[in-house]
Design a protein around this ligand. Sequence first.
Ligand code: GRF
Length: 182
Amino acid sequence: MASGSGSNFAAIVEGCQSGKISAEVVGLIGDKPWAKVFSRAENLMVANELIELKDCNSKSEYETKIIEQFQTWQVDLICLAGYMKIVDQTLLSAYSGKIINIHPSLLPNYPGKDGLGDALRAGETTVGVTVHYVDELIDHGEIILQASFSVVGMELEAIETKLHQVEHELYVQAINKIISSK
Ligand code: GRF
């Protein structure tokens, strides 16, 4: 599930297509019609569906539509990849323990919309990425993997580029860790 650019989505798909991950990305659900992730899905030949909250009477109806699509696709694991909505109880209870997220900070530090920016503004010289199970709290839940790097002497643009590289590798590793524990 993604709302934006979808570089993590693409890294997961490419990981599966190249055999780095023994799994298949059966589909993408996006909630923003303009999101670049949809063109990435088309290029990578991944089924994709737009489901918008504005077309539903409630968040629960919205998540029920998502669950119906996941049931059609026979989904085993849901990877949030820049999905900018809070996952509510409807989806959480349907896929308990099967939803994971990537967040650009070393949780439990700097949850929220701008994990990297918050860490840098706080003067951190080491930043990082967390892949974790999703629970009812924001950017919370059991940590699967983390990776960090020093930002000393780096410009913001270079930090962001490095962060994305780290994210793409970490998400692949985290999914593999889940698969190998099954
Ligand atoms: C990533 O930084 C991820 O950690 C956060 O949202 C961003 C999504 O980037 N949750 P992209 O759309 O995968 O490029």
